[in-house]
Design a binder for this molecule. Structure first.
Ligand code: ACO
Length: 366
């Protein structure tokens, strides 16, 4: 039996607070005109005190499960792609697993920066195609606003927060994830880096005083790399799927910079209306940008059953990757309320398990 991995549910979540270019112009020496003309970004969503990588991931995941009509306990695998996890450990995926009540799921985080969602989708789809799992939740969730130096105008205007999730399910129907192409070049690691906070340079008074916990980027180099990677990766993955660019209905690129996408479109000789674009409203949400753009493209009626779509991303590492998907899910669907009820049950279950563990500790401790 040949198995295929289909996207059957999708959901997104962004913080309520919006930071406009004009707001930024009050914080650093920049302007709406510069940001829009150089990047295409108008505004971005920024996480508030009660929002985090895990909370956004959970919200997006609940919506995706609801659209798929799959109870969380039926999910076999949860992969969260993120550049800023809730903690170094436990993984954000384990927090999601607990809060959703996905009691049978394996869970882990994956770090490939802005390419993270495409990497995670590739890993999870191969797990399904191999027969190891029947279903998976793949989430891209980011709160990069918490790693930004808000006095550095060259980076603080670029990023935003948000999450997107998809449910993958096994099926005998041909389609779903048809091909993947993942690449990395670690020699470019210093082009986009958060220098401190890891094993190499642990957090210390000095690293904080020297502001080494924020994103440091060589914008020009990243730009040059990105324009090449988007084109080569798209051509490679389409060829791997045995298709041509004419067969592709929509390309969902990582939403970093409008000019990067325009340059890729020009090199691929495709019109801009074949690309999903929403970076004007969200900025660069890193691993969340592709699933958020996917959700909006579905809601806008831009993806239909039988369509071939390409997801293509690049990010720190350097990493880049792409995937061709033959879409078989029905169009926009209403989320069911049932999943929210399950979410409440999961929270109750989690609290009961914690309490049980505490009581057990007291009894056995004595
Ligand atoms: N407002 C006003 N002026 C600015 C700003 C700003 N926000 N930022 C930089 N400038 C100035 C610079 O100081 C410089 O001024 P100078 O000429 O007086 O020195 C001038 O604009 C040009 O600066 P550059 O950095 O050389 O501008 P560039 O043409 O490279 O554009 C940009 C900058 C938009 C960031 C571009 O390099 C880019 O988009 N690079 C790709 C970035 C990207 O995609 N990053 C995400 C990667 S994905 C991930 O994994 C996180």
């Amino acid at each position: 039996m040949t198995r295929y991995a289909h996207i059957t549910g999708w959901g997104m979540s962004v913080p309520a607070h919006i930071l406009t270019n004009d707001d930024l112009a009050k914080m650093v020496d920049t302007s709406d005109e510069w940001i829009q003309s150089m990047t295409g970004i108008r505004e971005r969503h920024i996480a508030g005190a009660r929002e985090s990588t895990a909370s956004l991931a959970i919200d997006a995941a609940v919506k995706a499960l609801s659209v798929a009509g799959v109870p969380a306990r039926h999910i076999g695998l949860i992969v969260v792609a993120t550049s800023l996890p809730e903690y170094l450990f436990p993984s954000t995926a384990c927090i999601v697993q607990d809060q959703l009540g996905a009691s049978h799921a394996a869970a882990f985080d994956l770090l490939a920066a802005c390419s993270g969602f495409v990497y995670a989708l590739s890993v999870a789809s191969q797990m399904i195609i191999s027969g190891a799992y029947e279903s998976a939740l793949v989430i891209g969730s980011e709160t990069l606003s918490r790693m930004i130096d808000w006095s550095d105008r060259s980076t603080c205007v670029l990023f935003g927060d948000g999450a997107g999730a998809v449910v993958l399910q096994s099926s005998e129907t041909p389609g779903g994830i048809l091909s993947i192409a993942l690449h990395a070049d670690g020699s470019g690691g210093d082009m986009l880096i958060v220098p401190a906070g890891g094993s190499h340079l642990p957090t210390s008074l000095e690293t904080i005083e020297d502001n080494q916990h924020s994103i440091v980027m060589n914008g020009r180099e990243v730009y040059r790399f990105a324009t090449r990677a988007m084109v080569s990766s798209t051509l490679e993955v389409v060829e791997k799927a045995g298709l041509s660019l004419d067969d592709i209905r929509l390309i969902i690129p990582h939403q970093a910079n409008r000019r990067i996408i325009e340059s890729a479109a020009k090199d691929l000789e495709l019109p801009m209306d074949r690309f999903a674009m929403n970076l004007d409203r969200y900025g660069n949400t890193s691993a969340a940008s592709i699933p958020i753009a996917l959700c909006e493209a579905i809601d806008a009626g831009r993806i239909h059953t039988g369509d071939h779509i390409v997801m293509v991303a690049f990010g720190a590492g350097m990493t880049w990757g792409s995937s061709v998907i033959k879409w078989v899910a029905a169009g926009p669907r209403k989320a069911s309320r049932f999943v929210w009820a399950q979410r409440l049950m999961a929270r109750a279950r989690s609290t009961a398990r914690r309490t049980g563990r505490r009581i057990g500790g007291l009894i056995w401790g004595e």
